[in-house]
Design a protein around this ligand. Structure first.
Ligand SMILES: [Zn+2]
Length: 120
């Protein structure tokens, strides 16, 4: 399934107002202090990314669980996975980093798979 994307209408009616409200709120809360504005934007950005990708610690724990569940084997090439530098692949991007929605792959196998997905 393709990664969901907002339509042009949704970008205009949902996203644009949300972004404008967010920017206005950041300005209001920082009260003209550029350092506070910068720090608020940075923290806000990081927390939004965690909502989408989970925290680094949660992903690390999930990687360890997937490595054990898969008995250290990459499901693409059936070869042994290293304990580090492997990649959590989401079956559905919007499904998040959950046990059910991920598998652990070699970085190279993941890249090759992404290339193939984009050509089909
Ligand atoms: Zn592999």
């Amino acid at each position: 399934m393709a990664t969901p994307q907002l339509t042009k209408e949704q970008r205009e009616s949902l996203f644009a107002p949300l972004l404008e409200k967010t920017k206005a709120e950041l300005e209001r809360l920082s009260q003209g202090d550029q350092k506070v504005l910068w720090a608020l934007r940075r923290k806000h950005s990081k927390e939004l990314m965690y909502l989408e990708r989970s925290t680094p610690m949660a992903r690390k724990k999930l990687k360890m669980k997937k490595w054990i569940d898969q008995k250290g084997i990459c499901p693409i090439c059936s070869k042994q996975l290293p304990e580090t530098y492997s990649v959590l692949d989401r079956l559905e991007a919007f499904g998040g980093y959950t046990v059910e929605n991920t598998r652990l792959l070699h970085h190279e196998c993941h890249v090759e798979q992404q290339v193939q997905k984009n050509y089909t």
